[in-house]
Write a protein that binds this ligand. Structure first.
Ligand code: GRF
Length: 215
């Protein structure tokens, strides 16, 4: 089996990164996590990646005069590690159109909301303010517009009375850790692929169930 060499880009604690690294240990996983790259030298996820035996690299955006300059350095590093696919996992830099187009169809992100609801930041707070009873997370291909790319997979959780931003975030992140490895597997084995700006799925799935909230 040909395994795609994947880089995970992080800026913080890296809990999604850990879930991807663990899933990629399965012998039948079509992805190999070959590099973890952080734009922040103090990202806690770097140490977790090293402990897992994954190559790490810091490219500090503050050490680069422009966004383009920073991205050129990132791109060169990815090339030198033979990377063919990128997972953004809590990577807190907005990427330029140049970088996004260079990696079109080969870069995915996880976002903590049921897109297209709540693009951007503070997704849990905004969901609570709106009184929605379902919330969740989305894995999508990255396009130049922020959090607007074609959707590969989503997971929904209930919002319950008394929820705080923290309790809701904790419920969502559990599902992020399930969803992201599944989505990575789908894009790397070709069961979900980008065609004319839409995701095409190679298999059907059970559509009989529903998550009711209140259940
Ligand atoms: C996650 O909630 C993810 O959806 C968002 O940033 C957060 C990263 O958390 N893009 P972690 O670093 O993976 O723990």
């Amino acid at each position: 089996m040909l395994r795609r060499r994947v880089a995970i880009l992080i800026s913080g604690r890296g809990s999604n990164m850990v879930s991807l690294i663990e899933a990629a240990r399965a012998p039948d996983c079509p992805a190999e996590i070959a590099l973890v790259l952080s734009n922040r030298p103090d990202a806690a996820g770097l140490e977790r990646a090293r402990e897992a035996g994954i190559a790490t690299c810091v490219i500090d955006h503050k050490a680069h005069p422009t966004r383009e300059d920073f991205e050129q350095a990132v791109d060169a590093t990815l090339a030198s590690h033979g990377i063919s696919f990128i997972c953004l996992a809590g990577f807190m830099r907005v990427l330029t159109d140049w970088f996004v187009e260079r990696w079109a169809g080969k870069m995915v992100n996880i976002h903590p909301s049921l897109l297209p609801l709540y693009r951007g930041t503070h997704t849990h707070r905004r969901a609570l303010e709106d009184g929605v009873l379902l919330h969740g997370c989305t894995v999508h291909f990255v396009v130049p517009e922020l959090d607007a790319g074609p959707i590969i997979a989503q997971a929904a959780v209930p919002v319950v009375p008394g929820d705080t931003e923290e309790s809701l975030a904790a419920r969502v992140i559990v599902q992020e850790h399930r969803l992201y490895p599944q989505a990575l597997r789908m894009v790397c084995d070709g069961s979900a692929r980008l065609e004319n700006g839409r995701v095409v799925f190679a298999r059907g799935w059970d559509a009989s169930g529903a998550l009711l909230s209140p259940g």
